[in-house]
Design a protein around this ligand. Structure first.
Ligand code: ARG
Length: 566
C-alpha cells in the first residue's frame, strides 16, 4: 500500500533539502477535519531557521512542492500547507491491498524472530471464575492476537493460582467435611463452600489454622495423599475454567501455574542470597526495597514457606531461560501494581537487564451496577453465568428479529459472547468500568452486535451482487464523500493495530472498527449499490468487500467472531 505520509516527506524534502527527512516528518500534522486536507505541514518552527515569517515560508514552499503524483491539491493557508490525497490513488491502493492480502491486511512481520509471552487470565484454582476475571482474560487474549498479527512468535500463558497456603486449608477442610461425589458434581461451588466454612470455623478454633499449615507443608514436601488431593482439586477446577475458555474461544499454550515453579525456587533464593540481596527480618527473609520507596519483598515466611512474589521471580527467570523472550507481558489488575514493581525491581537488582522486558499491563476494576463485587459476601457473579445469559438473551432477540435464521443457536453464541467481549474492550483498559446488561445487549450504538450486524449486511450485499474479485475495477468512480471517508478509515486500520500494540491497548482497534462500521452504514444509506450501472456497482461492491474484510479482521483481533448472517 502506498505510504502517503512517506511520499509527502519525500516531496517536501525535494523542494527544501536543507531540512532533514526526520525534521520534515516531525512537522507534519493531521488536520482536525478532512476539509482541511489529509495532512498539513506546519511552518511555525521554521521561522528561526529561515529567519522569515511562518506565513511567508509556507507560501514560498508551497509553490516549490510538486506532489501531483500523490496529492490532488496542495494549498497554502496561513502558516500551513495543506495536502489532499489523490482519491483515485487512495481507493486503488487500499482496495487492491485488501484484495491481495485479504484477512492478512493490516498485518506486518515486524515481530519476526522475536518471542512475546502474554500471560493472562491466571485464575485461582478452587475459587470462582467470576465476572472480575473477564478483563484480564479478554484484554490478554486480544493482546496475544495483536502481537501475533504483527509477526511476533507469541505464547499465551495461564499462570494458574494453583499453589499456596489456601491449599492447606482446602485439604484440611476436605478431609473433615468433604464428599468427593458432591464436589465432582459441582466442583467450584462446593470447594468454595468448604473454603468459606473452614475460614469461619478457623475464626473460632485456632487449631484449624495449624492443620491448614500442616497440610500445606505436607504438600510442599510431596506427601502423596496431599499431592493427590491437590492434583484432583486442580483437575476439577481446570475442567470448569476450560468450559469458559471454550465459550470464549480462547486457547492457552501453557497452564504452568504457581505450583510449576515450586521446585524452581530454592535455586533462585540461593542466587539472591549469593548476590547479597537477602536480609532477615523478624524471622522472615526479605529483599529490602526502601531505597526504591517500596515496602520489602517478602521472599520466605518465618516457617520457611515461600510466597506469591517468590514464585513470580522464579517464573520470570524460568521464562527467560526457557523462551528467551523479547517481551514478557503480564495482564493483571492494577491492584497488583506494587507487587509487579517490587518483583521486577528484584530481578533488576539481581543484575538482569531483561527486567525491563517484563511489562505489567494493568487495568481498572469491573463492578456491577448495584455495587461492587465481593466474593466474601457471596455476591459472586460467575463469568459462565454471564456468558450463558448473554447467549440466551441474544437468542430471544434473534427469534424476534430473524426467526428463520439457520443455525440460530450458533449465531446467538457468537453474538452474545461477542457483545460481552466488545463492551469490555471498548474503553481504555485502565478505566474502572460498570458492567451493564442494557449496554452489552443493545444492537444499536457502539456495540458488538451493531458491528457484527454491519458485517453481515456487507456480506449479504456481496451475495446479492454476486461479487467476485476482479482486476477490472475503475476506482476513479469512487468519489463520493461517504465512499472516500470509508476508504480513509480502511487505509488507517493498519496504524490502529500498531497503536494498539505499542500502547497495549486493544480499545484502539475496537473504536476504529466501530468507526468503520458507522462509515459503512453511512455509505450504504447514501450510495445505491445494486441498482447502479455495472461499472459503478463493481467498484462499490469492491468497497463493500474491503469494509467487510477489515471489520472481520478487527473483530477477530479482539477475539470476536463475525457471522455472515444474523
Ligand atoms: N492468580 C492471581 C489472582 O487471581 C493472578 C496472577 C497474576 N499473575 C502473576 N504472574 N502474578 O490474583
Amino acid at each position: 500500500m502506498i505510504d502517503f505520509k512517506k511520499e509527502l516527506v519525500d516531496c517536501i524534502y525535494e523542494a527544501e533539502n536543507s531540512l532533514s527527512k526526520e525534521e520534515i516528518e516531525d512537522l507534519i500534522e493531521i488536520p482536525p477535519n478532512y476539509e482541511m486536507g489529509d495532512y498539513a505541514f506546519a511552518c511555525f518552527r521554521l521561522a528561526k531557521t529561515f529567519r522569515k515569517a511562518p506565513n511567508l515560508i509556507a507560501e514560498e514552499l508551497s509553490k516549490k512542492i510538486s506532489g501531483e503524483k500523490y496529492f490532488e491539491k496542495i494549498e497554502n493557508v496561513g502558516p500551513y500547507i495543506n495536502f489532499f490525497i489523490n482519491k483515485n490513488k487512495l481507493a486503488q491502493t487500499v482496495l487492491k491491498s485488501i484484495e491481495t492480502e485479504q484477512d492478512k491486511f493490516g498485518s506486518t512481520d515486524i515481530g519476526k524472530g522475536r518471542k512475546v509471552l502474554v500471560e493472562f487470565s491466571s485464575p485461582n484454582i478452587a475459587k470462582p471464575f467470576h465476572i472480575g476475571h473477564i478483563r484480564t482474560t479478554v484484554i490478554g487474549n486480544a493482546l496475544y492476537k495483536i502481537f501475533k498479527f504483527q509477526g511476533f512468535d507469541t505464547e499465551a500463558l495461564n499462570h494458574l493460582g494453583d499453589y499456596g497456603t489456601q491449599f492447606g486449608m482446602l485439604i484440611a477442610a476436605y478431609k473433615k467435611w468433604g464428599d468427593r461425589e458432591v464436589i465432582e458434581a459441582n466442583p467450584i461451588k462446593e470447594l468454595l463452600k468448604l473454603y468459606v466454612k473452614f475460614n469461619a470455623e478457623a475464626e473460632k478454633d485456632e487449631a484449624l489454622k495449624d492443620e491448614a499449615r500442616y497440610w500445606f507443608k505436607e504438600l510442599e514436601d510431596k506427601n502423596p495423599e496431599a499431592v493427590e488431593l491437590w492434583q484432583w482439586i486442580r483437575d476439577v477446577s481446570l475442567k470448569e475454567f476450560n468450559r469458559v475458555y471454550d465459550m470464549l474461544n480462547i486457547k492457552f499454550d501453557s497452564y504452568n501455574g504457581e505450583s510449576f515453579y515450586s521446585d524452581k525456587m530454592p535455586r533462585v533464593i540461593k542466587e539472591m542470597e549469593s548476590k547479597g540481596l537477602l536480609q532477615e527480618s523478624e524471622g522472615a527473609t526479605i529483599v529490602d526495597l526502601e531505597s526504591y520507596d517500596m515496602p520489602p519483598a517478602l521472599i520466605k515466611k518465618k516457617d520457611g514457606s515461600t510466597l506469591y512474589i517468590t514464585r513470580d521471580i522464579a517464573a520470570a527467570m524460568y521464562r527467560k531461560e526457557h523462551y528467551d523472550f523479547y517481551k514478557n507481558i503480564y495482564v493483571v489488575a492494577s491492584q497488583q501494581n506494587l507487587h509487579f514493581k517490587q518483583w521486577i525491581k528484584v530481578i533488576e537488582l539481581m543484575g538482569y537487564d531483561w527486567a525491563k522486558d517484563c511489562v505489567h499491563i494493568p487495568f481498572g476494576m469491573v463492578s456491577l451496577e448495584d455495587g461492587t463485587l465481593s466474593t466474601r459476601k457471596g455476591r459472586v457473579v460467575f463469568l459462565e453465568d454471564v456468558l450463558n445469559k448473554a447467549v440466551a438473551s441474544t437468542l430471544e432477540i434473534m427469534e424476534e428479529r430473524n426467526p428463520n435464521l439457520e443455525n440460530k443457536e450458533e449465531v446467538a453464541r457468537q453474538v452474545g459472547i461477542g457483545a460481552v467481549i466488545f463492551q469490555e474492550l471498548f474503553n481504555n483498559r485502565i478505566k474502572d468500568y460498570v458492567f451493564s446488561w442494557d449496554r452489552v445487549l443493545s444492537f444499536e450504538g457502539e456495540t458488538g452486535p451493531y458491528v457484527q450486524y454491519t458485517h453481515a449486511r456487507a456480506n449479504s450485499l456481496l451475495e446479492k451482487g454476486k461479487f467476485q474479485l476482479t482486476d477490472e475495477i475503475d476506482y476513479s468512480l469512487l468519489k463520493e464523500d461517504d465512499e472516500i471517508n470509508l476508504i480513509k478509515l480502511l487505509y488507517n486500520f493498519p496504524d490502529a493495530i500498531v497503536d494498539a500494540m505499542e500502547k497495549f491497548e486493544p480499545s484502539f482497534i475496537t473504536r476504529h472498527t466501530v468507526e468503520i462500521a458507522k462509515a459503512f452504514n453511512k455509505f450504504y444509506n447514501s450510495c445505491p449499490i445494486l441498482s447502479v450501472d455495472e461499472d459503478l456497482m463493481k467498484a462499490r461492491l469492491m468497497l463493500v468487500y474491503g469494509a467487510k474484510t477489515v471489520i472481520r479482521t478487527g473483530l477477530s483481533l479482539l477475539g470476536i467472531e463475525a457471522p455472515n448472517k444474523m
